[in-house]
Each structure stands twice: as C-alpha cells, then as structure tokens.
Write a protein that binds this ligand. Structure first.
Ligand code: ADP
Ligand code: MG
Length: 825
C-alpha cells in the first residue's frame, strides 16, 4: 500500500501577515556582464566596483538626444564582470541554493535580460562551460549520492504531493519498468551523453556539500516545462511524436494543491539517481524544445523555461535500515531554475505574422512580472495591501508562492554591453534594482528528527559484520554460496506486457500466467534458500540483540521508576517544608507584633518611672530640707538647755564659793560686776531688787520662810516620782498647788508659780532637797515659760557641824521653751 503525504513542501506557508515577525530577506539580485561580441565596438557598461555598474549612453544616442541621457549607476548584491568563470558564479549563487535544497528549503533562481545577454549561457552553459543548472545537479548528487533511496520508494502523486511505497512495492515497480524498457537501462556516463551537450562539468570541478544528514533517504525528481505564449508545455512528456503530421503539443494547466501551492497539473516528474541521468532528462527536454520551436516556427528567445529539481527526503528508522514509515517526517523541497524570455520590447524584434501576437504575450508575461514586483515592493514599503496580479501570467502565477510564501529568490540580470542594447539594458537595470527592495520570508529550518543520529552508519557497520560472519560460516560448514540467493533473485523473469488490445488475443494471458507461476516458484526457492542460509544466525543475532535491548529498556524503566519515586518524595518534602516555612513565618509575624507592643509598653513604663523618680527626688529634697531645719532647731534647743544647765552648775559653784568665803572670813568679797545688760534689767526690776536682801546680808537667812512669799499665788508643785519622802521637818507648804510628777502645759497654764523638788546626793553623803522656784509666763508662741527666781536647799545635817540648811539664791532666772536667756544671779 501507499503511504500518502499531502504535506506540500513547495513554498507552502501562507503569506506572512503584516506585523508578524517572520524573518525576511531581500530578493538577491546579481548582475553579470558578458564580454562584448567581436562585431561590437562600443561598450556601454562599465563595472565600477564589485557591486556597482555604470551605463554609458552610446555616442550616437547622445548626439541624437542632445546629451540629455544621464550616466546612470546601478548597484546590486554583486556584479560579475566579463572574466567571471561559470564556476565562480556557481559558488556564489548556485551553491547556497543547493545547500538550502538539501536542507529542505525552497529556492527560485531566474535569469533576466535582453536576448543575447547570456541568460542561457549563465543558466545552462555551453560544452565545457556548464552553467548553474548542471553544476547544481552535480553538487546535489555528489552530496546525497550514497544516501539516495531506491527508485520508486518516493513517488509523486498527481496532486503535487509525495507518496512513499514500501520496499517491496518499489521493487515490483522497478521490475515492471525494467521489463517494459526496450533497451535495458545501464548506468549512463558522461562519455555516453549527447556530444552536443557533453562535458558540461569537468570531473576535477566536481564539488560536494558536507553537512548532509546521512540519516535520511533522498530522492531527486526533475521536471522541465516551457512557457510560451502564456501556455505551459511539458518538455519531458513522452508523447509519441509524429514527424510527418506534427500535432501541436498539449498545454498544461496550473493548479493549486491543498496547501495553496501552484503546480503544473499532469507534469512529468522524473526520478533521477545521478547527475548524468538528470542531464539526460534535461537534454531530452531541451531537444524536444528545439524541435518544437523549429517545427512550429517559434522564436526560442520568446519562451520561458523552468527546470525544477525536487528533492524528497525522509529519515531512516531507528535501525538505520529502512525509511521511516512516518508520513510527518517526509519533506519535499524544490529549486526552480528559470531562464526567462528576452526582455526586449516587441518593436525591436522583427515581429511579423503570427509572431506578433506571441511577442505581445511574451512581453505581457514580463510586464506582469515587473508589475508584481512593483506592487510587492510598494506593499512592503508603504504597508499598503494592493492585490498582486500574479494570475495575470503563467510565470508569475507559478511563482506566486515564492513571493508571498517563503524561500530564497535570486535573480541574475544579464547584460550585453553593446551599444544597441543600451536602452533596453537601462530598463532592465531599473527593474532589477527595484526588485532588490522586495523581501521574501526566509525559509525556516526543518525540525530535527527525534531519532538518534548516526543510524545509517551503525546499520552499515552491522551489515558488514553480518555478511562477514555469514561468509565465515559458509566457508566452514556450508557449501551453499550466499551469492546463490542473489542469483535466484536476478533470475526472476520479467513480467511480460499484459495489455489486452485484441479480443482474440490468446497469448498474453497464458504468457502472463506462465511467467507468474515461474516467479512464484522462484520466490519459494528464494524463501527456502534464505531460510537455510544464515537465517538462523541472523535470527539468533537479532534475538540476542533484542534481549540486550530489552535489558536496557528494563534497566531504564526501573531507573525511571526510581527517579519518579524520588521526585515524588522530594515533592512531598518540599510541600512539608513549604508548610513549615509558612507556619514559622506566621509565628515570626505574630512574635514581631508582640515584641513591638511590648517595646511600646516598656517605653511607656520607663518614661513613667522617670517621672516618678523626678517627683521622688523633689520630695526627698523637700523632706531633707525640712528635717535639716528641724534638726538645727532641735540642736539649738538642746544647746540652750545644756548652757542653762551649765549656768545652773556655775551658780551652785559660786554659791558654794560664797559659803566657803563667808565661813572663812567675814564677808568682804566683792560681788563681781555683772554685765551691763543685767544691770539694766536690775534697774527695771527695781522694786523687786529693793525687796531682795542686800549684798552685805548673809546669803541665806535661816529664818526665812519661803512659804510666805507665795501666799495667795497658785503653784505647780513638781515633785519627780523618783524623789524620796524624807521626814524633814521643814517642808514647803503650798496651798492650792497642783502637784505633778512631770510638768505639763496644762498645769503650767493654770498657775503663776512653779517649784521643782530636786533631790541629790550632797558631798557629805546626805540627801539634799532643792526647791527651785520660778514664775510662769505665757510665751508669745502660745506656750508656757518658767523663769527661775529662787533656789531653796533643804538638808538634814548632823548637829555637830554648824551648817545652814537653806541656801538661798536670789533672782536666778531660767527661761524654758524660748531661745532668749536671762542670766540671773
Ligand atoms: P540569451 O540566453 O540571454 O539570449 P545566450 O546565453 O544565448 O543569451 O548568449 C548569447 C551568446 O553569447 C552565446 O553564444 C553565448 O555563448 C555567449 N555568451 C553569453 N554570455 C557569455 C559569457 N559570460 N562569456 C562568454 N560567452 C558568453
Ligand atoms: Mg537564451
């Protein structure tokens, strides 16, 4: 059966949409200047640089037109001068296109120029000087040669698609063809080719491109058409040609395939396996073209010829043995080599009779080409969306997909520098220069096949090894020649013609039956032979190989399982870690919040405390001050008290002194002068002073009763609880006295007089009671003060010692509760 591929590989992409970022390349325009012919004198074309030419108006023309022709310069991608060899030109222009073709990219190359400018020479060449076409074929076959598929494995359908057949079907078809061919096809050689177009390429010029995918199988198909008078003719069609009554050849129609690519319907696509074979096909077409032109009285320069090289390729299977039966992996690319008709205007040619219309049409085709290029350029440059009139001529219609699809477009402008061509040449140059401004989408790289590289190589190594082993085995124990198999295969009789044209034909069918039976028999023999020879080892080999591969697969599967498990656990771990992280993150956030609030609180407390401290400090200072004052006050009071006490003691001492002096002599001692202040006070209290005993009088009057001095007055009788009750006869009698053990304010406030009964041990060992008397005053502060006025001493005494028991002290004065002191005597 057929595996059919409808995936058109000719420029198949829809035109790139405006604004899409498809990479684009400008149409590559080259210029080739042919040498001036021997009969021509004036050269109008000058090569200024390797990309610029200048047209010089011929002298005659200048004179006629008053010299208004400008010296025009035109620039191209590259200019090839008269000395450029076919080889150089091919390396620059042809090679990249062929390399693209091998890498599944489409290309279009056309030559454009005035008749006689060298278009055909450039495209086809002449003997010994092959042009772009033979060199392209040579490069192609040199490159893909060993990787070509067997004939009929790829098979073009009639809808511009490519079908692929199994090896067996291809084999059958090969056999069928061989049986039909009258002359057995032997590999053609350059020597055998028509001498007219032999030696296009010298063997030393053979070249090859390196980066060919050797894990692919390739097949080349060529087609050759001529477009004349806007009709398409197939130059490879096997129409029987009747030399006596020539029929006009049948023209072909353009069709659009399902990928919207244009193709010539029903056009022969011949599978070729070598440069020579391809040449043969080309020259066959070329011959036909010539014959037709002669017979039909055509002007060959008025026709366009299109030679198409189609390359089908499909990857080898994983074993590197057969073509992969995967239709999506098949690609078809094509390179169109177009030799356009002469671009000159009709008026210049000697158009007469039927040729007039032809000429007009030819011009029309090139006009359409020019218009299309112009519109394309305008659309691209100004973003307009004008309709490109591809359909107006067959040539432009056929190449529509190159311009709005993808591919590489190259144009070689040929120019003859002779003066006669000047005007036409300048038109050609203007068009060519404009064409450079048109951009065509760059063909994209074919996706790389998923299978491992180097399959073909490995398979070849395997085969070599297998045949080596078979040979070994055959030599050792088997007399059967492995070549027998091949012999048997070759002995298959060809299938005879089986067309039944005559109903009475009783030969064809029996013949066919017989042949088929023989073939069947031979096939059986082949099968047996094959089974005997080496099948076992082969199978064993294969089985061991399979088991090895199985092992590898098993290993890999377990590895995959392991990795999957690992990845699952890791995923689980990641999940857990993620969750933990989230948790911690949340914790962190809440803790941070808490920290912040606590810090705020701390700050508040701190400031509170500082305030408190300040307040406390104030209070402490206040209290300290208060207490310092108080202490001072108390110290002062104590000091006063102590001074008073001291004073009392001094007084006693003085009294004692006085007594002592009195007892020793009759009193003559002078009283010490009192300070003046005391004297003043004495004066104030004059009355009291008068009542007091004179200084000459004895200080103590034994008869003096103190009691009378207090008659009618209220007393505070202070008798400390420690006092002893002595049975002294003489006791003070104090009527209305308030007796107290400790003096108090209340008692003092009610009285005017105060007496303290003070007991102490005298120097002679007797207890002495002193009555210390005083007046009570009200102080200004509201308290009570006592001014001591008198001290009486009561003492029990042994009668042997004559002593006064009462010592009297006058005007002793104490002030209690006030800082003011009055010294009395
Ligand atoms: P066109 O196809 O454009 O009409 P041709 O290719 O037939 O022109 O060339 C006309 C003649 O000029 C031929 O005889 C050809 O050999 C010769 N010629 C053209 N170009 C060159 C060239 N570059 N070098 C040598 N001869 C050339
Ligand atoms: Mg020509």
């Amino acid at each position: 059966g057929f595996v059919t591929f409808r995936k058109g590989k000719t420029p198949r992409r829809p035109g790139p949409k405006k604004g899409s970022n498809v990479e684009k390349d400008p149409v590559g325009v080259y210029c080739r200047i042919r040498p001036l012919g021997t009969e021509d004198q004036e050269c109008c074309v000058e090569m200024i640089s390797n990309s610029t030419i200048q047209l010089h108006a011929p002298d005659g023309l200048k004179a006629n037109r008053n010299g208004e022709f400008k010296e025009m310069q035109y620039s191209f991608k590259k200019v090839f001068g008269i000395n450029t060899t076919q080889m150089e030109l091919f390396e620059d222009i042809g090679r990249p296109l062929v390399e693209d073709l091998i890498h599944s990219k489409n290309g279009l190359l056309f030559t454009y120029g005035v008749t006689g400018s060298g278009k055909t020479y450039t495209m086809t060449g002449s003997p010994g000087e092959g042009g772009l076409l033979p060199r392209s074929l040579d490069l192609l076959f040199n490159s893909i040669g060993p990787f070509q598929a067997k004939r009929f494995v790829f098979k073009p359908d009639d809808k511009n698609g490519m079908e692929i057949q199994s090896q067996v079907d291809a084999l059958l078809e090969r056999q069928k063809r061989d049986s039909q061919q009258s002359v057995p096809r032997t590999p053609s050689s350059r020597l055998k080719a028509d001498p007219e177009f032999a030696d296009m390429i010298s063997p030393e010029e053979a070249c090859k491109c390196d980066n060919v995918d050797d894990d692919c199988c390739y097949s080349v198909f060529v087609s050759y058409i001529e477009i004349y008078n806007n009709y398409i003719y197939d130059l490879l069609e096997d129409a029987p040609f009747d030399p006596i009554r020539p029929k006009p050849p049948q023209s072909k129609l353009l069709r659009e395939d399902q990928n919207h690519n244009m193709y010539v319907a029903g056009c022969m696509e011949v599978e070729v396996k070598s440069t020579e074979e391809a040449f043969e096909v080309f020259w066959k077409g070329q011959k036909k073209r010539r014959i037709a032109n002669t017979q039909l009285n055509r002007e060959s320069s008025r026709s366009h010829s299109v030679f198409t090289v189609k390359l089908a390729q499909a990857p080898l299977d994983a074993d590197g043995d057969h073509i992969l039966q995967d239709k999506n992996q098949v690609t078809v690319s094509q390179l169109c080599l177009v030799d356009l008709a002469g671009s000159e205007r009709t008026s210049r040619t000697r158009a007469e009779g039927s040729r007039l219309r032809e000429a007009g049409n030819i011009n029309q085709s090139l006009m359409t080409l020019r218009t299309c290029i112009e519109v394309l350029r305008e659309n691209q440059m100004y973003g307009t969306n004008k309709m490109v009139p591809y359909r107006d001529s067959k040539v432009t219609h056929l190449f529509k997909n190159y311009f709005d699809g993808e591919g590489k477009v190259r144009m070689i402008v040929c120019v003859n520098p002779k003066a006669d061509d000047y005007e036409e040449s300048s038109l050609v140059m203007r068009f060519a220069e404009m064409a450079q401004e048109v951009e065509v989408a760059r063909p994209v790289d074919r996706p790389i096949c998923a299978l491992a590289a180097g399959r073909r190589h490995r398979n070849q190594a395997f085969r070599d090894e297998l045949s080596r082993r078979l040979e070994e085995r055959g030599n050792s124990n088997n007399a059967e020649d492995p070549g027998l198999l091949n012999q048997l295969i070759e002995s298959l009789p060809p299938i005879p013609r089986c067309e039944l044209v005559d109903p009475a034909d009783d030969q064809t069918l029996p013949n066919l039956i017989e042949v088929l039976e023989r073939r069947h028999h031979i096939r059986q023999m082949i099968t047996e032979q094959f089974n005997q020879t080496g099948t076992c080892t082969f199978i064993q080999n294969q089985q061991s190989k399979i088991s090895e591969k199985d092992k590898v697969i098993l290993n890999q599967r377990s590895e995959i399982d392991r990795l999957e498990k690992k990845s699952k656990t890791l995923e689980y771990k990641i999940d857990i870690l993620q969750k933990t992280t989230d948790m911690y993150e949340q914790d962190k956030r809440s803790l941070q919040l808490e920290l912040e609030t606590r810090e705020q609180r701390l700050q508040k407390e701190l400031s509170e405390r500082r305030r408190m401290e300040q307040r406390m400090q104030g209070m402490v200072t206040d209290t300290k001050l208060k207490w310092e004052k108080e202490c001072e006050r108390r110290v002062n009071a104590k000091q006063l008290e102590m001074q008073n006490k001291l004073w009392v003691k001094d007084e006693k001492l003085k009294q004692l002194k006085a007594i002592v002096t009195e007892s020793n002599s009759s009193c003559s001692a002078e009283r010490p002068q009192r300070p003046s202040r005391e004297r003043d006070r004495d004066r104030n209290m004059g009355q009291k002073r008068s009542a007091s005993p004179s200084p000459a009088a004895p200080p103590v009057r034994p008869t003096h009763r103190r009691s009378h001095s207090c008659g009618g007055e209220k007393w505070v009788d202070h008798k400390p609880s420690t006092n002893l009750d002595l049975d002294t006869v003489m006791q003070p009698i104090l009527p209305n006295a308030i007796k107290v053990s400790t003096p108090n304010e209340k008692a003092l406030s009610k009285c005017h007089k105060y007496v303290l009964r003070h007991q102490e041990l005298a120097s002679d060992g007797e207890i002495e009671t002193k009555l210390i008397k005083g007046d009570v005053f009200k102080t200004r502060g509201g308290g009570q003060a006592v001014q001591f006025t008198d001290i009486e001493t009561l003492k029990q005494e042994n009668p042997t010692a004559p002593r006064y028991s009462i010592l009297r002290n006058e005007e002793s004065c104490y002030l209690v509760g006030s800082s003011q002191e009055h010294h009395g005597h």
